[in-house]
Design a protein around this ligand. Sequence first.
Ligand code: DGY
Length: 325
Amino acid sequence: MDKKPVVVVNGLVRKDALAYLREHVEVRQWIEKTVMPREELKEWLKEADGLWSVRPLDVDGDLVKDAPNLKVIAQAAVGYDNVKIDELTEAGIPYGNTPTVLNETVAELAFTLICTASRRILESMEFVTSGRWEQRPSNIKGKDLSRRTLGIIGMGAIGVSISRRARAFGMTVLYHNRHPRKDDALYMTTYKELDELLALSDVVCVMAPLTDETYHMCDESFFKKMKNDALFVNVGRGPIVDTDALVNALNSGEIDYAALDVTDPEPLPGDHPLLQTSKALVTPHIGSYTDRTRYDMTILTADNIIAGVHKKPLPACVNEEINYK
Ligand code: DGY
């Protein structure tokens, strides 16, 4: 009988997706709760055909340089800011991610943050549980979404899904992207230069990927250009925002409120100054974290790996130019 390809999994992943993967390959998994030491992972990769990468892990040329049989790396995420794609391409290793399957789920979370923050739902709940009801304080007075303007920064597929929800709520939708899209008429959206978007938007929602260009894009001058009563939302990646600048903008009244699913640092310590502002709603990077979507993402990751170890085309490949034919 032919030997099954060996796939290294450097951390804990969903059991059902792992069981599916095991039907096709031999799995060697790091099952400790601690992060797998990098040097040990490099040892394991010497014998491996595939890697299911689990964060935190820097995936780069150095990681794979002594892994002569490695044919594929995949990770259960659409974002790949921890991966040096160019270096994998140079090493001839296709990298698989999980686009599309999470679009609606992340858009739902983004819009939930917008609604929850705008209507001060958490503060209202706190008010009720504290036994008060009459004489409502101003910190639970919400803001409308209808007849207001949403500005989306990073108008990929998830941005478009957010824009459809905003239109259904009666919002005007502006966006900023590297390039204007060609389907503005379809989605009733309007491209704006960044400064104009910041000046016009009541809600600014960041959906951009983390790159050298977007690192700390939201800095002191960014927040100064926003309206003083605006809500800032980040569902992209934490380091797109200069967190100190955001804390200052909230404390000085430069902007009104922040709703964040991603932060810098992650995890955000419970005593972080952001949480002392009383003007921030923070969730722990749960954008794609629903049972069905995590299932879909991990099965797609397994499918990327199963295809790759057999030198078949990965269903979702980032460096498509070296995907198997
Ligand atoms: C993604 O898919 O990139 C999400 O942020 C989950 O990590």
